[in-house]
Design a protein around this ligand. Structure first.
Ligand SMILES: Cc1ncc(COP(=O)(O)O)c(C=O)c1O
Length: 440
């Protein structure tokens, strides 16, 4: 290992068991296409395309070139009161791909920031329309909306909330999640059972009165909790209930936007139109951190009142619409279009589904789930050691098989490249089976 990697003391890794990691660090030093290079020089196949981020593969030459050019042309420029050409162009480009009528785009630097921005826009929208009483926010159990206080509060993953429980923002409730192994285990695609779970929103409307609720936020397909596709009819039902009570529907598409569901947005795949969409990750292929929030024109218009010299929304980040990030985003959108990436993703879905579901017979496996190019294999926890099987699988894949896989506890999650080669995808799953066979 190089001298630079010898001392890891200063480094506190996010969402990682630090002490365990530092005993034998897994350090990546390079990447190209579908492979990483580790600090020992080995090449590893990436089954997670970054962290759901890099659907086009790593170091795509066209994105690299655009970033190199931009950083030497305009490295930074504030976007408060002035702006840059790349941010303008990217907003327009993304708006053109968005569901009809969602043509306004606010830039952030991450999924977490997109979520908190969306929640603030929802609250500001109602207030601007004279419905300032609509302050309550509704999330869903097992939802993941990032780690800032707003997103954490509407989120529903217990370990992320536990330590901060007393400080979560007030006025937030959660509807039930949709996983029920008794009814849904081993479903290919959307489960046919479970649309009625959306009616849980009616329960909260009855409790608080719908007129006090500002917004409901869900991931169209829950990702980080271990891939939960929505039951057939579920998102439609949520939309209906929101319309009935005047509640905004926010789709958190940080994972599902930009091809993961073979469309620009998951909303288009499900033909259910939200009022606000949050994005990040695939916006720049993960190359430069960036997020975007898309809103219906009517939401934007509601803010555009009062004296024209006044700021309409007191919100924004130093790096909102950063020119280098926006250049990466524009290059990414070009590649999606030129290479037909979303069509490539669609063509891979069946193969991916078949490979995943071939694990249904494995001794530890209690569920397999998939939608688009999102998939999960859930193993039963080992008695007294939840998470151990998943963690061992991850490490064995890395060290023994040169494969990067992601586990959330005992659930292996998959986010293949949108342009994966079918033979490489197959090989990676053969390897994973070999590894799982060795795990007690
Ligand atoms: C649906 C969803 N929302 C928000 C986030 C948070 O994004 P970030 O880690 O970029 O803040 C994620 C991250 O995985 C996500 O999956």
């Amino acid at each position: 290992m190089s001298a630079a990697l010898k001392n890891l003391d200063a480094y506190w890794l996010p969402f990682t068991a630090n002490r365990d990691f530092k005993k034998k660090p897994r350090v990546i030093t390079g990447a190209s296409g579908h492979y990483y290079t580790a600090s020992d020089g080995s090449k590893l196949y990436d089954t997670f395309s970054g962290l759901w981020t890099s659907g086009l593969g790593h170091c795509h030459p066209k994105i690299v070139k655009a970033v190199q050019h931009q950083v030497a042309t305009l490295d930074y420029c504030m976007t408060f009161q002035v702006t840059n050409d790349k941010a303008v162009a990217l907003a327009d480009r993304v708006a053109q791909m968005a569901p009809e009528g969602m043509t306004r785009c606010f830039f952030t630097n991450s999924g977490s920031e997109s979520v908190d921005t969306a929640l603030k826009i929802a609250l500001g929208y109602h207030r601007a329309r004279g419905e300032g009483n609509r302050t309550r926010l509704i999330g869903r159990e097992r939802g993941y909306h990032g780690v800032n206080f707003g997103g954490m509060s509407v989120g529903g993953m217990v370990p992320n909330r536990k330590v901060f429980s007393a400080n979560l923002i007030p006025g937030v409730d959660h509807i039930r999640h949709t996983q029920d192994l008794e009814h849904n285990a081993f479903t290919r695609g959307q489960p046919s059972w479970g649309a009625h779970l959306a009616d849980d929103l009616e329960r909260l409307c009855a409790l608080h009165d719908g007129s006090n609720i500002a917004a409901v936020i869900v991931e169209p397909v829950a990702g980080s909790t271990g891939v939960l596709p929505p039951p057939v009819g579920y998102l439609e039902r949520l939309r209906e209930i929101c319309d009935k009570h005047g509640i905004l529907l926010i789709f958190d598409e940080v994972i599902t936007a930009f091809g993961r569901l073979a469309r620009p947005f998951g909303a288009q795949r499900f033909a259910v139109m939200p009022d606000i969409i949050t994005t990040a990750k695939g916006l720049t292929n993960g190359v430069i951190p960036m997020g975007a929030v898309l809103v219906r024109d009517s939401i934007y218009d509601a803010f555009m009142q009062g004296p024209e010299h006044m700021i309409e929304l007191f919100h924004g980040y130093t790096y909102s619409g950063h020119p280098v990030a926006a250049a990466a985003g524009l290059a990414t959108m070009n590649v999606y279009e030129e290479e037909g990436t979303f069509e490539q993703a669609a063509a891979l879905e069946q193969h991916f589904e078949d490979l995943l579901h071939s694990f249904a017979d494995h001794k530890h496996v209690i569920d397999v789930r998939n939608f688009g190019l999102m998939g999960a294999i859930e193993m039963a926890p080992r008695e007294g050691a939840p998470g151990a099987r998943g963690g061992e699988a991850h490490k064995k894949c890395f060290w023994d098989e040169h494969l990067v896989i992601r586990n959330g506890m005992d659930t292996l999650q998959f986010s293949p490249f949108l342009n994966s080669r079918p033979d490489e995808m197959q090989k990676s799953f053969e390897t994973i089976r070999r590894v799982l066979d060795t795990i007690e």
